[in-house]
Design a protein around this ligand. Structure first.
Ligand code: ADP
Ligand code: MG
Length: 409
């Protein structure tokens, strides 16, 4: 026996009553914790989402509807009087009118200056990706959908993250309210040919959703398993095929992905016409973003090996500076690194960190969900303008892509 071992062995055994003594936890005890947490989340959510338990879209003033249609007050009033088939809104106190989202979207569709998707041209698919969590992928997917819907677009959101945050932003609790059959899983398992079965309308007019649930983890086992049994099975092409028949109904499909290079993420990227990579200008997020591009590049290489016949090209790839915190000393430095590293890919707009959605209740929503912000108007407008501008840039690209498709016809 070594000296050290002897010393240890000879030490008298004292039993101290520890205040924070470790408590053994068999695997079987995890279920109780999980049940507790799920129950609590239902309570918390119900107390946060007003009116209970569903979410409400915002309402719009006459001036806001005018802004959305890009017309001035005078023209707005003129059109209200002359075009009787335009929604008139509801008269509120002090003789002001209030429009629902649905009514506002009818105005936008009829009066707004936005080029429509040409008949016979299919909608585009955009994936939001980054293998790091917390970089605002889900927020980007949601706000982009909402922003584009205010340009009159019809949007389908696909939640591919088993954590189902995008579904939660719609007031849908994955655990208790989403059955496996309502997610992409039946398509993945080959029980369905396309995703039509999974489309849900949402509280937000113009935005439909295919929700997620924790069961999506199953795809990570099934897809490689099926490929090992059947070499001709294109495990990367399942989502793409399932979305294809839906593209005549939507201007754009936005896919939110999990923070990992999973089989579902690969499906999202391989289906996508465009890819948006939210990247906060913090040193850690910058570092992990370089890993993202390395892994993505490895993936691209192995894809060309697995499927030499595969021709994949993105219509665009954008790096979006997100959660930009001006008060951080590192921000200008890291922004500079990002601009140099991803030259030509970084969008000419950045999303500021905003307190607007940081109250607990608002975390189940976005800037667009707020009808009347209780805090400073300037704070709200700064955030809102950034999101609007981001949606506008993406919208212009969609229009350009549709036109190109039409010319190529
Ligand atoms: P991801 O999907 O990449 O994990 P999320 O969109 O869920 O990221 O965002 C992570 C957290 O950051 C959420 O709590 C979200 O509310 C918050 N967040 C996202 N964008 C902003 C922003 N611009 N300002 C402040 N907080 C934000
Ligand atoms: Mg997310």
């Amino acid at each position: 026996m070594s000296t050290a071992a002897r010393t240890r062995a000879e030490k008298p055994q004292v039993s101290i009553k520890l205040k924070h003594a470790p408590k053994p936890m068999p695997l079987s005890a995890i279920k109780a914790i999980a049940d507790n947490a799920s129950g609590m989340l239902v309570d918390v959510r119900e107390s946060m989402l007003a009116p209970h338990p569903r979410k409400n879209p915002p309402v719009f003033t006459t001036a806001q509807v005018g802004d959305l249609c890009r017309i001035d007050r005078q023209r707005m009033h003129y059109l209200s009087r002359s075009e009787s088939d335009l929604p008139q809104g509801t008269l509120r106190h002090s003789r002001s009118r209030e429009f629902t989202l649905e009514e506002a979207r009818i105005w936008i569709d009829r009066i707004g200056p936005y080029a429509k998707r040409p008949a016979g041209i299919r909608g585009k698919k955009i994936a939001i990706g980054n293998f790091k969590g917390g970089v605002s992928k889900t927020t980007t997917a949601m706000t982009l959908a909402q922003g584009l819907s205010l340009f009159g677009r019809r949007v389908l959101l696909v939640d591919l993250d088993p954590q189902a945050s995008l579904s939660a932003l719609h007031g849908i609790l994955a655990d208790s309210e989403v059955a496996d059959e309502q997610t992409v899983l039946p398509l993945i398992y080959g029980d369905e040919e396309d995703l039509q079965y999974a489309i849900q309308s949402t509280y937000w007019d113009g935005v439909d959703l295919i929700p997620a649930s924790a069961a999506l983890f199953g795809a990570e086992f099934f897809l490689p398993f099926k490929q090992s049994k059947d070499q001709s099975f294109q495990f990367w092409n399942v989502l793409n095929k399932g979305l294809e028949p839906l593209l005549s109904d939507y201007d754009v499909v936005i896919i939110d992905t999990p923070p990992a290079l999973s089989y579902l993420t690969i499906n999202a990227f391989m289906a996508a016409d465009g890819l948006i990579v939210p990247t906060p200008p913090s040193a850690l997020d910058y570092a992990s973003s370089t890993q993202f591009w390395n892994l993505f590049s490895d993936l691209s290489e192995s894809m060309t090996q697995v499927a030499p016949e595969l021709v994949k090209s993105f219509d665009f790839i954008h790096v979006l500076l997100a959660k930009v915190d001006q008060s951080q000393a590192a921000t200008p430095i890291v922004r500079d690194w990002i601009n140099k590293t991803y030259e030509g890919l970084v969008l000419p707009i950045e999303i500021p960190t905003t307190a607007v959605t940081q109250t607990a209740a608002a975390e189940f929503g976005t800037v667009y969900d707020i009808s009347r912000y209780q805090g400073s108007l300037k704070t709200y407008q700064r955030a809102r303008e950034a999101y609007d501008r981001f949606a506008e840039i993406v919208d212009q690209q969609l229009v350009a892509l549709w036109q190109a498709d039409q010319e190529a016809k």
